[in-house]
Design a protein around this ligand. Structure first.
Ligand code: SF4
Length: 312
């Protein structure tokens, strides 16, 4: 029996959908065909009319239409004043539809950081929140105890946007009944068990503290340019974008877009530091030891790195 999938955009910019449309090897259409997914609705792919969509939503809510996988893109909008009327569907608050469908679905997947943690929409007057988290805090819209009809919590696939390969591979795992181990923030460890730093081609610069201070200089972006690669977990540098690149590979610092607290209230292209040492260090690091180690590493840096000859 085909797995049914319904994709709903809430407080979103469509970035996750646009990202998903860039899936390759295989592409999205081939993926859905191979997995025999019955795509009930996706706002960028479906051509049904408003009446047909309204009918579909009603049938899913009543249970007449089976719903296996519910993908929510974007934060749940609760404003103004908890009514949810800033974001409506067929004249009614979309948050109520999300609540009803989440309690019918076998699997609920939060696509992107806004759906997972609130993200860009998670603050301010729109009263946005993630499905089962608000920032780092458990709860979110559905509540800490929420479980789908298969007994699972929301599966979070953070990212701004979510990586298309993670979405298609997670879908594949679900269709094949594979167990998806989740981390403390309910993101699959298969893709969120490593930091963005792991796999970065600038690691040797990081190791010897050869720092980049202006864009294009060639060096590690952590100490001055705002890179959060060592601080956040995510698939970038493990799964490349469009099969060929990542932010750090093209000289742009990791913004930490998979982090529950994204976006953070400080500049993207600037590392907050004291006396040249970043304020935010990787988990479990002893600051004094790190300072000593990095000082010695910089002194030991090979000339080939200091002259920035490496072809990164
Ligand atoms: S640029 Fe960022 S991800 Fe790459 S080595 Fe430096 S800190 Fe790590």
């Amino acid at each position: 029996m085909a797995v049914t999938l319904y994709w709903l955009q809430a407080g979103a910019c469509s970035g996750d959908s646009m990202s998903l449309l860039n899936a390759n090897s295989p592409d999205l259409i081939e993926t859905l065909r191979e997995l025999e997914v019955d795509l009930l609705w996706h706002p960028s792919l479906s051509v049904g009319n408003r009446t047909g969509h309204k009918d579909l939503v009603a049938r899913m809510q009543s249970g007449e239409q089976r719903l296996d996988v519910l993908c929510i893109e974007g934060a749940v909008i609760r404003g103004p004043g908890g009514t949810g009327m800033f974001d409506t569907m067929h004249g009614k608050a979309k948050k109520n539809v999300i609540w009803n469908l989440a309690h019918k679905a076998a699997y609920v997947i939060a696509i992107g950081t806004c759906a997972s943690h609130g993200g860009v929409c998670g603050r301010g007057e729109v009263e946005g929140t993630g499905l089962q988290f608000h920032g780092r805090h458990r709860g979110g819209f559905l509540g800490e105890d929420f479980r789908s009809s298969t007994g699972l919590p929301v599966i979070n696939i953070p990212g701004c946007p979510a990586h298309p390969t993670v979405v298609t591979q997670a879908l594949s795992a679900i269709v094949h009944g594979a167990h998806l181990a989740l981390d403390a923030h309910q993101a699959p460890t298969a893709w969120f068990g490593t930091t963005v730093h792991q796999g970065c081609t600038r690691n040797e610069y990081h190791e010897y503290r050869v720092e980049e201070r202006v864009f294009g200089e060639k060096g590690c972006l952590f100490f001055h340019m705002g890179c959060q690669g060592p601080l956040v977990r995510g698939p970038c540098n493990k799964l490349l974008w469009n099969g060929r690149s990542s932010k750090t590979r093209v000289g742009v610092p990791c913004f930490g877009c998979t982090d529950p607290d994204f976006p953070k209230p400080f500049a993207f292209f600037q590392t907050r530091n004291i006396e040249g040492l970043p304020i935010d260090l990787p988990d479990g690091i002893n600051r004094a030891h790190y300072l000593a180690y990095k000082g010695m590493a910089a002194a030991a840096a090979p000339q080939r790195l200091k002259s920035r000859e490496s072809n990164i």
